[in-house]
Design a protein around this ligand. Structure first.
Ligand SMILES: Nc1ncnc2c1ncn2[C@@H]1O[C@H](COP(=O)(O)OP(=O)(O)OP(=O)(O)O)[C@@H](O)[C@H]1O
Ligand SMILES: [Mg+2]
Length: 365
């Protein structure tokens, strides 16, 4: 899958920008604050219908009323025009000029895997960040998961409201609570299975991806830590009624699951260096890209923001080799072009960004 042409209108610091991207590696070069991350974020937003870091309104260029991202996506010679419009009153998503109402019908039109600055928090950050990361990925390749997750969130809201109401009114009738709890247990079973299956799939490829990138064999693997390990989930949840009623919230379930990055037998959050963490996350992206390719028969677009800082030359080259080999359309940002070996510069397209304007480098520089 590739993005052929993309146009940004009033998106962050871009007023109007059209780019014809290359089908291989695209380098976006610019100094700090010129718009590199914003450009990648636009592609992310087009794929996911929302940003990974801010509310929709923050994506609109200052003092403008709407932001628009348009792109033609090519897959097997088949072209789809995707449009996302964000305005003060809401958001519209269109595929070939046809409005798409449901998020689950829109997501999956453009597959991406991304390494963004925020992802550096993934290993050491909060469980919420990790759940969000893997949920977003699963949502791209599994529509049913997206629906199950939405149902789950709805049930949690319902259940928490009921718990608060029961506590406030001193109501001891648990009939409705039982019903919601059983529905919740069914969803937890489904979500847990899907999350575990993904982690198994990642673990089948992660060691090789990591050692390929780093030439190290440090036993990198992911662990899924479910909030509820008991087999009978409904029974477990029912045994926690007292605690839930006291706190007016559901204390156990898929919204409390976590993931651990294990490195050389211990948690990476405790021992891994910055560069090692970066390499781990890139290895993870490589595996995720392979998973999309295997299940969807389509290579996702690779977004790599500022990936070269803290990655030594050998690792940079290994990454670029992988990208060339798999033919993945890639957009890489960097502050300087000199950091990149000539061989890769020659095979890709180079763009320079300055104050929200992007220009392709001409042949003679
Ligand atoms: N909604 C907005 N409207 C206009 N400008 C914005 C908006 N949001 C962010 N900006 C501006 O966009 C500029 C570029 O940000 P961006 O994060 O893309 O820079 P960058 O090239 O990635 O820099 P760095 O190398 O530091 O990561 C910033 O100066 C920021 O103030
Ligand atoms: Mg940036």
């Amino acid at each position: 899958m590739i993005i052929d042409k993309i146009t940004l209108t009033n998106f962050r610091n871009y007023q109007k920008q059209t780019l014809a991207l290359g089908s291989g590696i695209n380098f976006i070069i610019g100094a700090n604050g010129e718009g590199k991350t914003n450009f990648l974020e636009a592609i992310y937003v087009l794929a996911m219908a929302k940003s990974y870091k801010v509310e929709d309104q923050d994506l609109i260029k200052f003092n403008e009323e709407f932001a628009k991202i348009q792109a033609s996506i090519v897959q097997d010679k088949h072209k789809t025009e995707l449009t996302l419009i964000i305005s003060e009153i809401g958001k519209r998503a269109l595929s070939n000029d046809k409005e798409i109402k449901r998020l689950s019908d829109y997501i999956g039109n453009l597959y991406i895997v991304s390494f963004l600055p925020e992802d550096l928090n993934l290993i050491k950050g909060s469980p919420k960040d990790r759940r969000y990361y893997f949920d977003v990925f699963l949502g791209q390749i599994d529509k049913e998961y997206l629906t199950d997750l939405a149902d789950y969130k709805h049930l949690i809201r319902q259940r928490n409201e009921l718990l608060k109401k029961m506590a406030d009114t001193n109501n001891r009738d648990e009939t409705l609570l039982d019903v919601i709890t059983e529905q919740l247990a069914d969803k937890i079973t489904i979500i847990t299975k899907r999350r575990m299956a993904l982690i198994d799939e990642i673990n089948r490829g992660i060691k090789e991806a990591f050692s390929r990138l780093t030439h190290l064999d440090r036993g990198f693997k992911l662990e899924f830590i479910p909030s509820i390990a008991a087999l009978d989930i409904a029974k477990f949840l029912k045994s926690k009624y007292r605690q839930d009623l006291l706190s007016g919230a559901t204390n156990h379930g898929s919204h409390r699951d976590d993931y651990e990055f294990m490195f050389g037998g211990t948690p990476a959050r405790l021992h891994a260096s910055q560069g090692e963490q970066r390499a781990m996350l890139i290895a993870l992206n490589i595996v995720l890209s392979d998973i999309v390719n295997n299940t969807k028969k389509s290579r996702p677009v690779f977004l790599l923001d500022d990936v070269f800082s803290e990655l030594d030359q050998a690792r940079q080259n290994q990454l670029l080799e992988y990208l060339l080999e798999t033919n993945a359309q890639t957009i890489i940002t960097a502050t300087a072009i000199d950091d990149i070996k000539e061989r890769y510069r020659k095979t890709g397209k180079i763009f320079h960004v300055r104050k929200g304007y992007i220009k392709e480098e001409s042949i003679n520089g």
